[in-house]
Design a protein. Sequence first.
Length: 289
Amino acid sequence: MAIAGATILFGTATPLLKILVDGMAPLFLIALLALGSGTGVLSWRMMNGPRLPATLPRAGKRERYLLAGTVVVGGFVAPVTQCFALTITPAATAALLLNFEIVATVLLAFWVFHEPADKRIGFALILIFAGSILLGWNGESALGISLGALGIILSGFFWGIDNNCMAHITAYPPELIGLYKVIFGGSIAAVLVIVLGEPLPGADLIVLALLTGFFSFGFGLILFIVALRDMGAARAGAIYSAAPFIGCIASLFIFSDPLGSQFWLAVPLFAAGALIVIREQWTRKTFPE
């Protein structure tokens, strides 16, 4: 199933990104991820034949606006925000906070694109939102939340916009959307790296960044777009809600960051909210199959 593959690939990306941002500039990382992702998308294209489907609908103005939204937000704004926030956020905490993407995806799907939801979904989103606030709470901050946590939450909101845009694009094949995002985000990041004179990272980190881009943001992106189209943004987003927990578990094994009581109090809130969303959205019959 496409959504299962995307969930695993995206989930394991968070601890890998934490390793990478600790060893190189975030903009350099974005450029390398884009190069690896582009290679992954092109490999997918080659494995699935060189010809595009002949039955794609004609792209209208709405489709072009949605494409522009996913290219700008998903290709540059969201990953840059996430990478910069990861530089000051423990990997396990960041992985859990990415549950906020579920809130953004479902609310936007409901309010903007009129996908169905009910009171139980609303309760689940409240639980996830409460967990996000609890996990990111910092009484010494003027905003009441740490800067790193705020950055991860913002990136989750941007990913939610990206998810909904991709879910309603039918006039472009998944691999073409992926390439547009890679070219846009990677080009801007590469130019900024040159202008700012960012130092060249070690060869081992470069290889890891390229492989992460190839699998998590190349193959993973294509699989996620396919799932979004087949299932709808809300339902696919519900299943995808397992990704932060995969990332959190992997981070706990890889890193030894101290995790306080806030983390362990937030875990059951995130888990309960995610389980409700998965159950409700998976069992609904109103979503396209």
